[in-house]
Design a protein around this ligand. Structure first.
Ligand SMILES: *Cc1c(COP(=O)(O)O)cnc(C)c1O
Length: 333
Protein backbone atom coordinates (compact mmCIF):
# COMPACT_ATOMS: atom_id res chain seq x y z
CA UNK A 1 0.00 0.00 0.00
CA UNK A 2 2.92 2.30 0.73
CA UNK A 3 4.39 1.56 -2.68
CA UNK A 4 1.05 2.28 -4.38
CA UNK A 5 1.03 5.70 -2.73
CA UNK A 6 4.66 6.40 -3.53
CA UNK A 7 4.49 5.60 -7.23
CA UNK A 8 1.31 7.66 -7.64
CA UNK A 9 -0.79 4.89 -9.20
CA UNK A 10 -3.71 5.84 -6.94
CA UNK A 11 -3.88 9.30 -8.52
CA UNK A 12 -3.36 8.12 -12.10
CA UNK A 13 -6.64 8.17 -14.03
CA UNK A 14 -7.98 4.89 -15.34
CA UNK A 15 -7.41 5.80 -19.00
CA UNK A 16 -3.75 6.73 -18.44
CA UNK A 17 -0.73 4.78 -19.74
CA UNK A 18 0.25 4.08 -16.12
CA UNK A 19 -3.06 2.31 -15.53
CA UNK A 20 -2.88 0.41 -18.82
CA UNK A 21 0.61 -0.81 -17.83
CA UNK A 22 -0.67 -1.95 -14.47
CA UNK A 23 -3.55 -3.82 -16.12
CA UNK A 24 -1.20 -5.56 -18.58
CA UNK A 25 1.17 -6.56 -15.79
CA UNK A 26 -1.60 -7.83 -13.54
CA UNK A 27 -3.10 -9.97 -16.30
CA UNK A 28 0.27 -11.39 -17.32
CA UNK A 29 1.09 -12.39 -13.75
CA UNK A 30 -2.31 -13.93 -13.13
CA UNK A 31 -2.00 -15.88 -16.38
CA UNK A 32 1.43 -17.18 -15.48
CA UNK A 33 0.86 -18.01 -11.80
CA UNK A 34 -2.65 -19.49 -12.09
CA UNK A 35 -1.98 -21.23 -15.44
CA UNK A 36 -4.79 -19.46 -17.28
CA UNK A 37 -4.90 -20.47 -20.98
CA UNK A 38 -3.58 -17.84 -23.42
CA UNK A 39 -6.91 -17.58 -25.26
CA UNK A 40 -9.00 -16.91 -22.12
CA UNK A 41 -9.81 -13.26 -21.36
CA UNK A 42 -9.32 -11.83 -17.86
CA UNK A 43 -11.88 -9.19 -16.85
CA UNK A 44 -12.38 -7.27 -13.62
CA UNK A 45 -15.61 -6.60 -11.72
CA UNK A 46 -16.39 -5.35 -8.22
CA UNK A 47 -17.42 -8.67 -6.67
CA UNK A 48 -18.45 -12.26 -7.32
CA UNK A 49 -22.07 -11.22 -6.81
CA UNK A 50 -21.71 -8.81 -9.72
CA UNK A 51 -20.46 -11.72 -11.85
CA UNK A 52 -23.69 -13.64 -11.08
CA UNK A 53 -25.65 -10.70 -12.49
CA UNK A 54 -23.40 -10.15 -15.51
CA UNK A 55 -23.78 -13.81 -16.50
CA UNK A 56 -27.57 -13.64 -16.15
CA UNK A 57 -27.87 -10.38 -18.09
CA UNK A 58 -25.30 -10.73 -20.84
CA UNK A 59 -25.15 -14.48 -21.54
CA UNK A 60 -28.38 -16.15 -20.50
CA UNK A 61 -30.43 -15.69 -23.65
CA UNK A 62 -31.23 -19.42 -23.84
CA UNK A 63 -31.81 -19.97 -20.13
CA UNK A 64 -29.67 -21.44 -17.39
CA UNK A 65 -29.42 -24.54 -15.25
CA UNK A 66 -27.99 -24.34 -11.72
CA UNK A 67 -26.62 -27.36 -9.86
CA UNK A 68 -26.25 -26.41 -6.18
CA UNK A 69 -25.89 -27.94 -2.73
CA UNK A 70 -25.47 -24.86 -0.52
CA UNK A 71 -26.24 -21.23 0.19
CA UNK A 72 -24.03 -19.55 -2.42
CA UNK A 73 -25.17 -21.76 -5.29
CA UNK A 74 -28.76 -21.15 -4.25
CA UNK A 75 -28.24 -17.36 -4.07
CA UNK A 76 -26.83 -17.38 -7.60
CA UNK A 77 -29.97 -19.20 -8.78
CA UNK A 78 -32.18 -16.67 -6.90
CA UNK A 79 -30.41 -13.67 -8.48
CA UNK A 80 -30.81 -15.20 -11.93
CA UNK A 81 -34.53 -15.85 -11.42
CA UNK A 82 -35.02 -12.26 -10.25
CA UNK A 83 -33.34 -10.90 -13.36
CA UNK A 84 -34.55 -13.37 -15.97
CA UNK A 85 -37.92 -14.42 -14.55
CA UNK A 86 -37.00 -18.08 -14.75
CA UNK A 87 -34.16 -20.56 -14.42
CA UNK A 88 -33.83 -24.23 -13.56
CA UNK A 89 -32.30 -25.32 -10.25
CA UNK A 90 -31.18 -28.87 -9.50
CA UNK A 91 -30.11 -29.34 -5.87
CA UNK A 92 -27.81 -32.20 -4.96
CA UNK A 93 -26.79 -33.88 -1.74
CA UNK A 94 -24.01 -32.57 0.51
CA UNK A 95 -21.89 -35.70 0.09
CA UNK A 96 -22.43 -36.18 -3.63
CA UNK A 97 -21.87 -34.41 -6.96
CA UNK A 98 -24.28 -32.92 -9.55
CA UNK A 99 -26.43 -35.57 -11.19
CA UNK A 100 -26.10 -34.70 -14.88
CA UNK A 101 -28.61 -37.43 -15.80
CA UNK A 102 -31.30 -35.44 -13.97
CA UNK A 103 -30.77 -32.52 -16.37
CA UNK A 104 -33.34 -32.02 -19.12
CA UNK A 105 -32.01 -31.49 -22.67
CA UNK A 106 -30.59 -27.96 -22.85
CA UNK A 107 -30.40 -25.63 -25.80
CA UNK A 108 -26.95 -24.88 -27.19
CA UNK A 109 -25.47 -21.80 -25.55
CA UNK A 110 -27.61 -21.99 -22.46
CA UNK A 111 -25.58 -21.59 -19.27
CA UNK A 112 -24.80 -24.38 -16.82
CA UNK A 113 -23.93 -22.86 -13.43
CA UNK A 114 -21.94 -24.60 -10.71
CA UNK A 115 -20.19 -23.55 -7.52
CA UNK A 116 -16.68 -25.00 -7.53
CA UNK A 117 -16.16 -24.48 -3.82
CA UNK A 118 -19.32 -24.11 -1.73
CA UNK A 119 -18.06 -21.88 1.07
CA UNK A 120 -21.20 -22.36 3.19
CA UNK A 121 -20.72 -26.10 3.73
CA UNK A 122 -17.11 -26.85 2.74
CA UNK A 123 -17.71 -28.96 -0.34
CA UNK A 124 -16.12 -28.77 -3.76
CA UNK A 125 -16.48 -30.33 -7.17
CA UNK A 126 -13.65 -32.77 -7.90
CA UNK A 127 -11.78 -32.40 -11.19
CA UNK A 128 -13.41 -35.56 -12.59
CA UNK A 129 -16.80 -33.93 -12.07
CA UNK A 130 -15.71 -30.77 -13.88
CA UNK A 131 -14.50 -32.92 -16.79
CA UNK A 132 -17.72 -34.92 -16.94
CA UNK A 133 -19.79 -31.70 -16.90
CA UNK A 134 -17.77 -30.51 -19.89
CA UNK A 135 -18.41 -33.80 -21.73
CA UNK A 136 -22.11 -33.71 -20.90
CA UNK A 137 -22.53 -30.04 -21.92
CA UNK A 138 -20.15 -29.45 -24.86
CA UNK A 139 -22.36 -26.88 -26.58
CA UNK A 140 -23.46 -24.99 -23.48
CA UNK A 141 -21.52 -22.40 -21.54
CA UNK A 142 -20.30 -23.70 -18.19
CA UNK A 143 -20.00 -20.96 -15.57
CA UNK A 144 -18.14 -21.63 -12.33
CA UNK A 145 -18.23 -19.71 -9.06
CA UNK A 146 -14.70 -20.29 -7.76
CA UNK A 147 -14.81 -17.43 -5.25
CA UNK A 148 -13.28 -19.35 -2.36
CA UNK A 149 -10.94 -21.62 -4.33
CA UNK A 150 -9.32 -19.51 -7.08
CA UNK A 151 -5.83 -18.54 -5.94
CA UNK A 152 -5.66 -21.56 -3.60
CA UNK A 153 -6.80 -24.63 -5.53
CA UNK A 154 -5.32 -25.50 -8.90
CA UNK A 155 -8.10 -25.15 -11.47
CA UNK A 156 -8.22 -26.67 -14.93
CA UNK A 157 -9.67 -23.65 -16.74
CA UNK A 158 -10.23 -25.64 -19.95
CA UNK A 159 -13.07 -27.59 -18.30
CA UNK A 160 -15.36 -24.52 -18.24
CA UNK A 161 -16.05 -21.23 -20.03
CA UNK A 162 -16.45 -18.71 -17.23
CA UNK A 163 -14.59 -18.74 -13.91
CA UNK A 164 -15.02 -15.98 -11.36
CA UNK A 165 -13.88 -15.07 -7.87
CA UNK A 166 -13.41 -12.11 -5.59
CA UNK A 167 -10.11 -11.28 -3.97
CA UNK A 168 -10.99 -11.39 -0.26
CA UNK A 169 -10.87 -15.19 0.00
CA UNK A 170 -7.86 -17.16 -1.29
CA UNK A 171 -6.09 -14.09 -2.65
CA UNK A 172 -5.96 -12.73 0.90
CA UNK A 173 -6.67 -9.12 -0.09
CA UNK A 174 -9.17 -6.46 1.03
CA UNK A 175 -12.63 -6.93 -0.53
CA UNK A 176 -13.92 -4.91 -3.47
CA UNK A 177 -12.57 -6.55 -6.62
CA UNK A 178 -13.84 -9.48 -8.68
CA UNK A 179 -12.02 -11.46 -11.38
CA UNK A 180 -13.83 -13.04 -14.31
CA UNK A 181 -11.97 -15.40 -16.67
CA UNK A 182 -13.70 -16.24 -19.96
CA UNK A 183 -13.12 -18.69 -22.83
CA UNK A 184 -13.25 -17.40 -26.45
CA UNK A 185 -16.77 -18.78 -26.80
CA UNK A 186 -18.09 -16.39 -24.15
CA UNK A 187 -17.48 -13.32 -26.28
CA UNK A 188 -19.30 -14.93 -29.21
CA UNK A 189 -22.35 -15.65 -27.07
CA UNK A 190 -22.22 -12.12 -25.63
CA UNK A 191 -22.21 -10.75 -29.19
CA UNK A 192 -25.19 -12.90 -30.18
CA UNK A 193 -27.03 -11.87 -27.01
CA UNK A 194 -26.32 -8.20 -27.71
CA UNK A 195 -27.07 -7.02 -24.17
CA UNK A 196 -26.07 -3.37 -23.65
CA UNK A 197 -28.60 -2.46 -21.03
CA UNK A 198 -26.39 -1.77 -18.04
CA UNK A 199 -23.02 -0.18 -17.34
CA UNK A 200 -21.49 -3.55 -16.58
CA UNK A 201 -22.69 -5.44 -19.66
CA UNK A 202 -20.18 -7.95 -20.94
CA UNK A 203 -19.83 -6.44 -24.44
CA UNK A 204 -18.82 -3.07 -23.00
CA UNK A 205 -16.39 -4.79 -20.62
CA UNK A 206 -14.77 -6.67 -23.52
CA UNK A 207 -14.51 -3.54 -25.66
CA UNK A 208 -12.82 -1.60 -22.89
CA UNK A 209 -10.52 -4.53 -22.04
CA UNK A 210 -9.36 -4.58 -25.69
CA UNK A 211 -7.65 -1.34 -24.57
CA UNK A 212 -6.72 -2.76 -21.13
CA UNK A 213 -9.33 -0.56 -19.51
CA UNK A 214 -12.62 -0.95 -17.66
CA UNK A 215 -16.05 0.70 -18.27
CA UNK A 216 -15.98 2.50 -14.93
CA UNK A 217 -13.23 3.64 -12.57
CA UNK A 218 -12.18 0.32 -11.05
CA UNK A 219 -10.66 -0.55 -7.69
CA UNK A 220 -7.16 0.54 -8.71
CA UNK A 221 -5.68 -0.15 -5.29
CA UNK A 222 -7.15 -3.68 -5.39
CA UNK A 223 -5.68 -4.30 -8.84
CA UNK A 224 -2.30 -2.97 -7.72
CA UNK A 225 -2.27 -5.12 -4.57
CA UNK A 226 -3.33 -8.13 -6.63
CA UNK A 227 -0.49 -7.58 -9.09
CA UNK A 228 2.09 -7.26 -6.32
CA UNK A 229 0.91 -10.25 -4.31
CA UNK A 230 0.56 -12.45 -7.38
CA UNK A 231 4.04 -11.46 -8.59
CA UNK A 232 5.43 -12.45 -5.20
CA UNK A 233 3.38 -15.65 -4.95
CA UNK A 234 4.51 -19.16 -5.82
CA UNK A 235 2.94 -20.93 -8.81
CA UNK A 236 -0.53 -22.30 -8.10
CA UNK A 237 0.64 -25.93 -8.33
CA UNK A 238 2.86 -25.39 -5.29
CA UNK A 239 0.28 -23.40 -3.32
CA UNK A 240 -2.37 -26.03 -4.06
CA UNK A 241 -0.12 -28.86 -2.92
CA UNK A 242 0.62 -27.07 0.33
CA UNK A 243 -3.08 -26.48 0.99
CA UNK A 244 -3.71 -30.17 0.35
CA UNK A 245 -1.10 -31.11 2.93
CA UNK A 246 -2.54 -28.70 5.46
CA UNK A 247 -6.04 -29.97 4.76
CA UNK A 248 -4.93 -33.57 5.30
CA UNK A 249 -3.20 -32.51 8.48
CA UNK A 250 -6.45 -30.94 9.72
CA UNK A 251 -8.38 -34.11 8.92
CA UNK A 252 -5.96 -36.36 10.81
CA UNK A 253 -6.01 -33.85 13.66
CA UNK A 254 -9.81 -34.05 13.90
CA UNK A 255 -9.70 -37.85 13.83
CA UNK A 256 -7.97 -37.68 17.23
CA UNK A 257 -10.79 -35.59 18.72
CA UNK A 258 -13.95 -37.43 19.72
CA UNK A 259 -16.49 -34.63 20.14
CA UNK A 260 -16.05 -32.76 16.84
CA UNK A 261 -15.78 -34.17 13.33
CA UNK A 262 -15.74 -32.98 9.70
CA UNK A 263 -19.27 -32.03 8.53
CA UNK A 264 -18.56 -33.62 5.14
CA UNK A 265 -18.00 -37.36 5.29
CA UNK A 266 -17.23 -37.98 1.60
CA UNK A 267 -13.52 -37.24 1.22
CA UNK A 268 -13.83 -36.78 -2.55
CA UNK A 269 -16.01 -33.68 -2.22
CA UNK A 270 -14.35 -32.07 0.80
CA UNK A 271 -13.20 -28.52 0.10
CA UNK A 272 -9.47 -27.95 0.31
CA UNK A 273 -9.89 -24.32 1.47
CA UNK A 274 -12.87 -24.36 3.87
CA UNK A 275 -13.25 -26.99 6.60
CA UNK A 276 -16.51 -27.06 8.57
CA UNK A 277 -16.33 -29.06 11.79
CA UNK A 278 -19.52 -30.33 13.40
CA UNK A 279 -20.52 -31.31 16.92
CA UNK A 280 -23.42 -31.13 19.39
CA UNK A 281 -24.84 -27.57 19.28
CA UNK A 282 -24.28 -27.08 23.01
CA UNK A 283 -20.62 -28.02 22.75
CA UNK A 284 -20.08 -25.90 19.62
CA UNK A 285 -21.57 -22.90 21.39
CA UNK A 286 -19.28 -23.37 24.41
CA UNK A 287 -16.33 -23.85 22.08
CA UNK A 288 -16.99 -20.56 20.30
CA UNK A 289 -17.22 -18.68 23.60
CA UNK A 290 -14.01 -20.23 24.93
CA UNK A 291 -12.23 -19.48 21.66
CA UNK A 292 -13.29 -15.83 21.78
CA UNK A 293 -11.92 -15.61 25.35
CA UNK A 294 -8.64 -17.05 24.10
CA UNK A 295 -8.50 -14.38 21.39
CA UNK A 296 -9.53 -16.69 18.54
CA UNK A 297 -12.51 -15.79 16.37
CA UNK A 298 -13.96 -19.01 14.97
CA UNK A 299 -15.71 -18.83 11.60
CA UNK A 300 -19.46 -19.22 12.17
CA UNK A 301 -21.36 -22.07 10.60
CA UNK A 302 -23.51 -20.92 7.70
CA UNK A 303 -27.30 -21.05 7.28
CA UNK A 304 -28.74 -24.37 8.37
CA UNK A 305 -25.37 -25.42 9.85
CA UNK A 306 -25.06 -22.33 12.07
CA UNK A 307 -25.70 -24.07 15.40
CA UNK A 308 -23.77 -27.29 14.96
CA UNK A 309 -20.68 -26.29 13.00
CA UNK A 310 -17.86 -23.78 12.82
CA UNK A 311 -15.64 -23.22 9.80
CA UNK A 312 -11.85 -23.14 9.54
CA UNK A 313 -10.33 -21.36 6.56
CA UNK A 314 -7.36 -22.99 4.87
CA UNK A 315 -6.47 -19.99 2.74
CA UNK A 316 -2.90 -19.47 1.52
CA UNK A 317 -2.37 -16.36 3.67
CA UNK A 318 -2.87 -18.32 6.91
CA UNK A 319 0.41 -19.03 8.66
CA UNK A 320 1.54 -22.39 10.11
CA UNK A 321 1.91 -20.74 13.53
CA UNK A 322 -1.73 -19.66 13.42
CA UNK A 323 -2.87 -23.20 12.64
CA UNK A 324 -0.74 -24.54 15.48
CA UNK A 325 -2.29 -22.07 17.89
CA UNK A 326 -5.83 -23.04 16.92
CA UNK A 327 -5.03 -26.74 17.10
CA UNK A 328 -3.50 -26.45 20.55
CA UNK A 329 -6.58 -24.53 21.73
CA UNK A 330 -8.91 -27.22 20.32
CA UNK A 331 -6.88 -30.01 21.90
CA UNK A 332 -7.00 -28.36 25.32
CA UNK A 333 -10.70 -27.60 25.01
C1 LIG B 1 -17.92 -15.08 -0.79
C2 LIG B 1 -18.61 -15.75 -1.88
C3 LIG B 1 -19.43 -15.06 -2.79
C4 LIG B 1 -19.73 -13.60 -2.67
O1 LIG B 1 -18.59 -12.83 -2.90
P1 LIG B 1 -18.75 -11.22 -2.97
O2 LIG B 1 -17.37 -10.75 -3.23
O3 LIG B 1 -19.28 -10.81 -1.61
O4 LIG B 1 -19.71 -10.91 -4.02
C5 LIG B 1 -20.00 -15.77 -3.84
N1 LIG B 1 -19.80 -17.10 -3.99
C6 LIG B 1 -19.03 -17.79 -3.13
C7 LIG B 1 -18.84 -19.26 -3.36
C8 LIG B 1 -18.42 -17.15 -2.05
O5 LIG B 1 -17.64 -17.84 -1.20
Amino acid sequence: MNDALKIGILSANHRSPAFVDLMKRTQASLREKLEIPANYTILFTSSATECWEIIAQSLTKNGSLHFYNGAFGQKWLDYTIRLKGTSLGLPFDLNSVPDTKAAPPLEAESVVCVTHNETSNGTRLPEVTMRSLRRKFPKQLIAVDATSSMGGTQLDFKTADIWFASIQKCFGLPAGLGIMICSPKVRKVAEQTGDRLRYNNLLFMYEMMDKFQTPYTPNVLGIYLLSRTIEAAEPISIISERLDERHNNWISFTEKLNSIWPLISNEAVRSQTVLPLAGEPELISKLKTAAAKAGLLLGEGYGEWKENTFRIANFPAILPAEIKRLQSFLKKF
